[in-house]
Design a protein around this ligand. Structure first.
Ligand code: AMP
Length: 521
């Protein structure tokens, strides 16, 4: 793998160069990363050989942002095992257990103590102390022939499944390498040797592969924001200020959270040159605020599902795009990816018409682990050769609705299953949210539906507001005032019936707005 070659080169030439720093002060050099992952790779090969199942079984890598996670993931790549990252903070114990069950009896690298619910035999578990002990052993370099390559699985990432149990997306070494090359190109000259990349998303969310691949393939440094730091605004801002980061990778929601603080600006992060977003809609207002506050930084919006290795399209958001009334585009496809827009019957939609987005290309995953039924329903082979693809091109039906403009840029319309109807009117909740965000004093907003008799009965807006209030003005009165301001810009049926105020929007472990939690309020 080219990715591993780059790390090895850095480790040999500059072993003291820093591969990862965490917000609570841990540090890992390239020399340490290369040696420790090599020693651990040997141990994995030894343990695997002694197991009856043999083969290159997946290894569950459990923990959070500790350097041992990086060591564990790299050790898997170097020993031919796909890794399965499970974040200790955002993945509940029962869910971790369900993942372990699906994997059979996996070897576990536990950078943090493993929940009792994860019932695997103790012989298969290497604790943090075990990993450290292995890493400190003098060890020969593992055999390069063991490394994952080609269509071997690189990682299996479990995402929420509509059937109730999480499903594991199988990303191959080809997918990873192909994505990695594009990632580096996207970052361009910003990713000069040693650039610092913000690492916010848990490793169990594929957004984190953006910075993992990007930073380590360009001899840069990951600056990992730990859970506790992210929970404490003061600590978070202090960490960001001292990170020296040049590249920012996060969900837009996380940037919104930071933007609430007026100090979050170029003065605070003077080296910052690039914001990379993915995973959810980037609001015009978020992009506009960032471009205003960080005049030396570019903002890139990227789009893609885990099933096609992080992201497959990108577009630079200019101040003009951010200021335009239309929602932001999500970009044009990377070389090696082709997008098709299909109708409900699966036939190509008319040019410029919306439909389901189908991704074809050399970063489309192999399928869902152990779920041929789900794999068959969503994955297939590309309809014809995909220009620029350098390895097998598969296809994936995203369930997203979008359309392609004349320049081939994708415009995202939301999930096919998240469009709502109220009294027969078709409504995009994101549009209401965007209008709310444009109101003075509104820092963040999300709109959910309430149902009666199986139909949407009304809309509720959840708003984070920091603007002025008249003396003694109740939430109810403030809500009425915001609704009055919405009426000129939205049809009446899109003005939410109720506006509820919150200190912050709840977020899922992946950093997205947690709509289920909002609905439960
Ligand atoms: P995940 O697999 O968690 O990365 O989620 C993938 C889904 O997130 C996609 O299928 C889209 O529905 C949504 N998504 C990803 N990127 C964007 C984006 N830039 N704008 C809007 N939605 C996005």
């Amino acid at each position: 793998m080219r990715f591993l070659e780059m790390i090895e080169r850095r480790a040999c030439e500059f072993p003291e160069a820093v591969a990862q720093r965490t917000s609570t002060g841990s540090q890992l050099t390239y020399g340490e990363l290369w040696h420790a992952s090599g020693a651990l790779a040997q141990e994995l090969v030894r343990r695997n050989a002694s197991r009856t199942d043999g083969g290159h079984a997946p290894v569950l890598v459990y923990g959070h942002k500790s350097p041992l996670m990086l060591v564990g993931m790299l050790a898997c790549m170097r020993s031919g095992h796909p890794y399965v990252p499970v974040d200790a903070h955002s993945v509940p114990d029962e869910r971790a257990a369900s993942i372990a069950r699906q994997l059979g009896e996996p070897i576990v690298l536990a950078a943090e103590s493993l929940p009792a619910a994860v019932a695997v035999s103790p012989e298969g578990v290497l604790s943090a102390a075990d990993i450290r002990a292995v890493a400190e052993r003098p060890a020969d370099a593992p055999n390069p022939a063991w490394q994952i390559a080609g269509e071997d699985l690189c990682y299996i990432l479990f995402t929420s499944g509509s059937t109730g149990a999480p499903k594991g997306v199988e990303v191959t070494a080809n997918c990873f390498d192909n994505f990695c090359g594009w990632d580096v190109e996207l970052a361009g000259p910003v990713a000069t040797l040693g650039a610092v990349w913000i690492d916010q998303a848990p490793f169990s969310f594929d957004l984190s592969v953006f910075e993992l691949a990007g930073a380590l393939a360009t001899s840069g440094t990951l600056f990992s924001l730990e859970h506790d730091t992210q929970q404490d605004m003061e600590a978070l801002l202090a960490s960001l200020a001292e990170s020296g980061a040049a590249v920012w990778v996060s969900t837009p929601s996380f940037a919104d959270l930071c933007l609430v603080n007026a100090g979050f600006s170029q003065e605070m992060m003077p080296n910052l040159r690039l914001f990379l977003f993915c995973g959810e809609t980037l609001a015009n207002s978020t992009a506009a605020h960032l471009l205003e506050r960080f005049p030396r930084a570019r903002v890139l919006n990227t789009y893609g599902p885990t099933e096609s290795t992080v992201a497959v399209t990108a577009v630079e958001i200019t101040p003009q795009l951010a200021a335009a009334p239309e929602p932001l585009p999500v970009g044009s496809p990377r070389p090696g990816t082709r997008l098709r827009i299909v109708d409900a019957a699966g036939s190509d939609a008319e040019a410029g018409r919306p439909g389901e987005v189908v991704i074809e290309g050399d970063t489309v995953a192999h399928g869902y682990y152990g779920r041929d039924d789900l794999t068959r329903a969503a994955f297939g082979t590309a309809s014809s050769a995909v220009p620029g693809a350098v390895s097998p091109a598969r296809s994936y039906r995203t369930g997203d609705e979008g359309w392609l403009d004349e320049s081939g840029t994708l415009h995202y319309h939301g999930r096919l299953d998240l469009q709502v109807k109220l009294n027969g009117f078709r409504i995009e909740l994101g549009e209401i949210e965007e209008q709310l965000r444009r109101l003075p004093g509104v820092d963040a907003a999300a709109v959910t539906t309430r149902e009666r008799d199986g139909k949407v009965s009304h809309l509720v807006a959840h708003v984070v507001y920091s603007g002025p209030r008249a003396e003694g003005e109740s939430d109810f009165r403030l809500g009425l005032a915001l609704k009055e301001q919405l009426k000129p810009v939205l049809p009446h049926y899109m003005v939410p019936k109720k506006i509820a105020f919150l200190n912050a929007l709840p977020r899922t472990g992946n950093g997205k707005v947690d709509r289920r939690a909002l609905k439960a309020l």
